[in-house]
Design a protein. Structure first.
Length: 324
């Protein structure tokens, strides 16, 4: 059974491969010439949950870098940390030239990352794991300091007149999401409550938020940690007959439109396209030039940046292309 499971995971990882001609065509608009260096293979392994469109933007950035750098990109994802670790092991077994990985649950990834390093495979981090990337021996990290982003979010809420908020966490155990809510609570001057939902079941997310708003009429702002959950929270506000505002972390095309319409108050953008692009490109730079950003000591921060009525029209142009 173990052999069969490993084989299934290997097949799943390979079936989601991208790069080559398809990636080149999709990313042509972002490429400034193509490398003539020997073909590389890079594995990008994330904790993406099914249906979470945030990761489509991460992957699009990674594919653009892969097309430019003559890289075959193998993309695999699973919110289950054990399965994510198995995908990293598959990449090691396939003797890839580099691995880019998210560390939403760093303890579960520690052992397999050590194996990659023992095999001489460079590993970089992106999106989740800023507090742990150096401890785990990664070369570089590209992403947002979630605690700093949360604190900035809380300060922004203080300017909106919010008094009582509920911070919705869609995945228990995800350190980055916890850091966001903790950061918000640290700087927000009103009352903060945490609400856990099952992010893989959107109808359940909707009903849980609706029930909370019906039960507590004092909640005047719902804070979500991803664009799909923000859009669902807007529906919950309507269903509950609430006057609560919705503000969120992260963007997608629909979320940008919602900010333009005013149904979402504001969003924090961590530039996922940039995270995917820089992570893959950094492995090419390391292999071919010996470069590594931050000197192995400092992360490369891609956020936070606020998107609200004042600047959303500028962002919308790029969001429509899937790059913001």
């Amino acid at each position: 059974m173990a052999v069969a499971a490993a084989a299934a995971l290997t097949l799943a990882g390979c079936s989601s491969s991208s790069g080559g001609k398809k990636a080149e065509e999709e990313a042509a608009h972002a490429s400034a010439g193509k490398a003539d260096t020997p073909r590389m293979t890079v594995a990008l392994v994330t904790h993406q949950a099914p249906g979470d469109t945030f990761w489509d933007t991460v992957r699009k950035g990674a594919e653009a870098a892969a097309a430019k750098d003559n890289i075959e990109l193998i993309y695999s994802a699973d919110p289950n940390a054990g399965n994510q670790a198995n995908y990293v092991q598959n990449a090691i077994d396939q003797k890839v030239d580099g691995i880019a990985v998210t560390l939403a649950k760093p303890d579960a990834m520690k052992g397999v990352i050590a194996k990659a390093e023992q095999a001489g495979i460079p590993v970089v981090g992106l999106n989740s794991g800023l507090s742990d990337w150096k401890k785990l021996g990664l070369l570089e990290f590209f992403g947002q300091d979630e605690s700093v982003a949360g604190e900035a979010f809380g300060k922004k809420l203080n300017t909106t007149g919010a008094k009582k908020i509920v911070c919705v966490i869609q995945e228990q155990g995800n350190v980055g999401l916890t850091q966001r809510c903790d950061g918000v609570e640290k700087t927000f001057q009103g009352t903060t409550e945490t609400l856990y939902v099952n992010g893989t079941d959107m109808p359940s997310v909707k009903s849980t938020i609706t029930a909370k708003l019906k039960q507590d009429k004092d909640v005047d702002t719902v804070v979500t940690l991803g664009a799909p959950f923000a859009l669902t929270a807007v529906q919950s506000v309507g269903d509950a007959g609430s006057k609560a505002e919705v503000a969120t972390f992260d963007l997608n095309k629909e979320l940008v439109k919602a900010v333009q319409k005013g149904t979402i108050e504001f969003a924090v953008d961590q530039q996922p396209y940039l995270q995917g692009y820089l992570a893959v490109d950094s492995l090419w730079l390391y292999k071919n030039n010996g470069n590594y950003s931050g000197g192995g000591e400092q992360p490369v921060l891609t956020g936070p940046a606020f998107v609200d009525k004042s600047n959303v029209d500028k962002v919308a142009e790029f969001a429509a292309k899937g790059t913001r």
